[in-house]
Design a protein around this ligand. Sequence first.
Ligand SMILES: Cc1cc2nc3c(=O)[nH]c(=O)nc-3n(C[C@H](O)[C@H](O)[C@H](O)COP(=O)(O)OP(=O)(O)OC[C@H]3O[C@@H](n4cnc5c(N)ncnc54)[C@H](O)[C@@H]3O)c2cc1C
Length: 443
Amino acid sequence: MSRRRFITAAAGLTLASGTSAFAQAPAPALMTRASDSLMPRGKSQRVVILGGGWGGLNAAKQLRQVAPDLEVVVLERNPVFFSCPMSNKWLVDVVDSNFLTWDYLRIAEKHGYRFIQTEVLAVERDKRRVITAAGGLDYDYLIVSPGIRYHYEAWFGNDRRAAEATRARFPGAYIPNAEHYALKRALHDFKGGDLVMTLPPPPQRCPPSPYERACLIASLFQQKKIKGRVIILDHKDGIRPIGLGFRQAFEELYKDVITYVPNARISEVDPFNQRIKTSAGDFKFDHAVLMAPHQAGDLAWRAGTVGAPVQGRPGGWADVDPLFLNTKDDPRVFVIGDAVGFVSPQFAFYPKAGHVANRHAKIVAKYIAAMAAGRAPVAELPDNLCYMLVNTQPREAIAVQFDYKVNAQGIIEQTQRDDNERRASLVTEDFQWAKVMYEDMFT
Ligand SMILES: Cc1cc2nc3c(=O)[nH]c(=O)nc-3n(C[C@H](O)[C@H](O)[C@H](O)COP(=O)(O)OP(=O)(O)OC[C@H]3O[C@@H](n4cnc5c(N)ncnc54)[C@H](O)[C@@H]3O)c2cc1C
C-alpha cells in the first residue's frame, strides 16, 4: 500500500468507528474515584494510622493487644518495609537486604489489623476522614506517623529541578529506600576523590547516624584501597551526641580519610557543577551525600498538624501536647515518631529515632485504649537507646542513652549518657536491640 493510500485508509477507519484510533478508554472506577468509601464502617471504633514505618507498625500491633475491640487500619505507600536503622551497616555489607526488609501483609494478618498500600492524599479533619489514592475512610482516632521530608526549599527555594537533581544524583538516603540503593551503588562504584557529606541542622533524623555513616564509608575506602576523602560539613560547632567517641574514631582509625569541618552552614548547593558554599569555605566534590534540612513528613502537613516555630526553634514539625502527643486542637489526633515537634524548653525535641517512635507508638496505643474505654489516659514518657558502629575490623561500636522525666514545674527533662569507649560488646548489644525492635513490629 502506498503511503498516501495507507493514510486515507486509516482516516476511514477513524471515521467508521466514530472516534479517533487514539481516544482514551474511560479509566476504571476503582482507580479514579478517590472520595468513594474504601472501607465501610463496622460496629467498632476505628483507628487509622498514617504511615507504616517504625511508629505506625508498632502502634498497630500494640493497639490490637491493648484494645482488641478497636478496628485498626494502616495506610502506607511502600509495598515493603525497609529499615533505616541498621541501613548504614547494609551500605557497607555488614548486613544484607534481608536484614532490613520485611513483609507488611503477613504481619497485618497475623495481628488482625488492615494494611492498605496506598498514597495518603489528604485528611479532612472536620469530617474525620482520610482520602487516599484507593478511596476515603472515616476514623474515630487518627495516628500520624509520617517520618520526615527534606526541606529542599531552604537550599533551592521553589527550584524543583535543582531539588530533584539533588535527590536523584546525590541523595541523602535518610528516607527509604530508592535513595539507599542509589547511595550504595555510588559508594561501591566510587573510584576515588572527595566525597562530601552535608549534615542537616538540628533537629534531624537520627543525629549520630551521619557520623556512623562517615566511619563506615571510610572503612570501606580503606578495605578497597580507594584513595578517597570523606569530608563532613557539619552545621553544628561540634559532634553531638557521643562526640568524644566519634572524634576518637575519626582520629585513631580514619585520620587520612575523614576530614571533619564544624560550623559549615550551607549558603549554596549546586548539584549540576558539584559545588557547595558554606560559612567554613567552598567545596567541590566527586560524589556527595547531600542531606538537606529535615522537617515533618508531607503527611503531617496534609493532616494539618504542623505548627509555627516555638521559642526560636525551627518550625516545620507537628505541634502536639508534650505529654499526650495529641494535636492541640483535637484530642483524637495523635502524632508520633520523627514528626513530633517541640516538647520541652530544656531539650526542645525528642531524638528523632526509631526507638523513640517505638515508645511513642506504645504510649499512644495505651492512651487510645483508655479513651475508647471511657477512661482518662495516664501520661507516660519514652526513652531512647542508640548504638553506632564505628569500626568494622574489628567490629566496635559506641552508644548513647536518653531518659526522660517530668520535673516539679511540669517540664519534661532529658538525661543523656554517652558511652564513648568503642568496643565489641556494644556491637552485640546493637544486634540484640535490633532483634527486639524488629520483633516488636514483625513477630
Ligand atoms: C541511616 C539511618 C540510621 C538510623 N539509625 C537508627 C538507629 O540506630 N536507632 C534508631 O532508633 N533510629 C535510627 N534511625 C532513625 C529512624 O529510622 C527513624 O527515627 C524512624 O524511622 C522514625 O519512625 P517514623 O514512624 O516517625 O517514620 P518512618 O519510619 O519513616 O515511617 C514513616 C512512613 O510513612 C510513610 N508515608 C509517608 N508519607 C506517606 C503518604 N503520603 N502516604 C502513605 N504513606 C506515607 C512512609 O513511606 C514511611 O513508611 C536511623 C535513620 C537513618 C536514616
